[in-house]
Structure formats: C-alpha cells, structure tokens
Design a protein around this ligand. Structure first.
Ligand code: 5GP
Length: 212
C-alpha cells in the first residue's frame, strides 16, 4: 500500500497521574512498533537530566508558546502545575496521514480538548495498582519532605478524578500485561479494558480516598 492509500492512523490520548508508569509504557510501545509514534509536545518547562529536545519535548520559551497559541498551531494546550504544554497540530496530522497511530501523552485538560476537536480519537487512562503502591512511587527520594509528597499525592488524585472521561482504563500492575492491553486498544480492540466495567470500582474508590 502506498502512503496515499493507507488508512489514516488512529489518534490515541493517554493520561495518568505521575507514578502510574505511563511514560515507560509509551516508550516501549513506540520502540517496538514502527506503526506507532509519539506526538512530541512543546513545553515551557526546563529540560530535565536525560531529556532530549525534539525527542521528549520541544523546549520552547513562554514567548514562543504564546505565539503558537495565538497562531492556532496547537491541537490542544494547557497549564499543568507551573508550566505550559501544547501539542503541535501539524506534526500530529502529518503522522496520521502517513497511516501511523499517534500517541499523545497529555493531561486530562488536554485530553478533554482533543476529544472535542477530534471525536474519533481513542482515550486511555492508566491507573496505578493501589493507593499504597502509588504513594511508594511518589516517594522518590527519602529526602523529600512530607509536604512535597502530600502535594504530589494531591496532584495525582486530581488527575485520577477525571478517569471517567476516558474510553478505556488500564491498571498498570504488571507492565507486560498493561502493555498488551494498551496495544490491543490502539489496534482497535481492548473491549475488556473499557472504563465503564464494574470490577474496577473498588480500586478507584481506594485510589481516590482523601486519606490513606
Ligand atoms: P512532565 O513535565 O512531568 O513531563 O509532565 C507533566 C504533565 O504534563 C504530565 O501529566 C504530562 O502528561 C502533561 N503533558 C505533557 N505534554 C503535554 C501536552 O502537550 N499537553 C498537555 N495538556 N499536557 C501535557
């Protein structure tokens, strides 16, 4: 099939709280499947150690970000915590037109905008396996103060509170199984991962509890 006759790829939105393992899942999917690619976002935040401009993010100034907003160059954009993030529209369309499935790793605000702009997109929320495991994963450094950890947990709970807006919900307990579930959804299946399935309710109640 030539590029012009290939069916358009699927636009896949993936959101999760910090600590759910979303980035590792997305990296592995993109690494192992040439028909799946990552939509590189723009951000105004500082580059972290190990990150590469153009691969992880396009690191841009606030001025450039504002220009892109005004010019309508973002498919979606949002302030997340203290920084600004946006998905450049052109890059996504170019890949979809080539028949590639494009993963956007964005927050719930961005997911909501993409759903409005591209109703045919598929949205997936990744959950950690339990509240205690989430807390362990957020307690990255023994030196972090209780305040810092409490803030991270609150941010995670805020993000998770939007889970019902997503078509699918994948619990990242076993990495390999979560990977297969996400892959099945991207390939057009994944019925057992629908977010409205009843058996996930107790897990969600535990994850969203105000105090552990
Ligand atoms: P981090 O700065 O830790 O890489 O990402 C912080 C949060 O911003 C994560 O929840 C991530 O999914 C979200 N994010 C990254 N890129 C985008 C984007 O282009 N748009 C939106 N709305 N959120 C993004």
């Amino acid at each position: 099939m030539t590029a012009s006759t290939k069916p358009r790829g699927r636009l896949v939105v993936i959101s999760a709280p910090s600590g759910a393992g979303k980035t590792s899942l997305v990296r592995e999917l993109v690494h192992s499947h040439p028909d799946i690619c990552f939509g590189v976002s723009c951000t105004t935040r500082q580059k972290r150690e190990g990150e590469e401009g153009g691969r992880d993010y396009q690191f841009i100034s606030r001025q450039e970000f504002d220009r892109m907003v005004v010019a309508g160059e973002f498919l979606e954009h949002a302030q997340v915590f203290d920084n600004f993030y946006g998905t450049p529209r052109d890059q996504v369309n170019t890949q979809l037109d080539k028949g590639k499935h494009v993963i956007l790793e964005i927050d719930w605000q961005g997911a909501r905008q993409v759903r409005g702009a591209e109703p045919s997109c598929v949205s997936i929320f990744i959950m950690p396996p339990s509240r205690s495991e989430l807390e362990n994963r957020l307690r990255q450094r023994a030196t972090d103060s209780d305040d810092v950890i409490a803030r991270r947990l609150q941010d995670a709970v805020n993000e998770m509170s939007h889970w019902e807006e997503f078509d699918y919900l994948v619990v990242n307990d076993n990495f390999g199984e979560a990977l297969q579930e996400v892959l099945a959804i991207i390939r057009g299946g994944g019925e057992r991962s629908r977010s409205n399935r009843a058996e996930i309710r107790p897990l969600i109640t535990g994850l969203l509890a105000r105090d552990s």
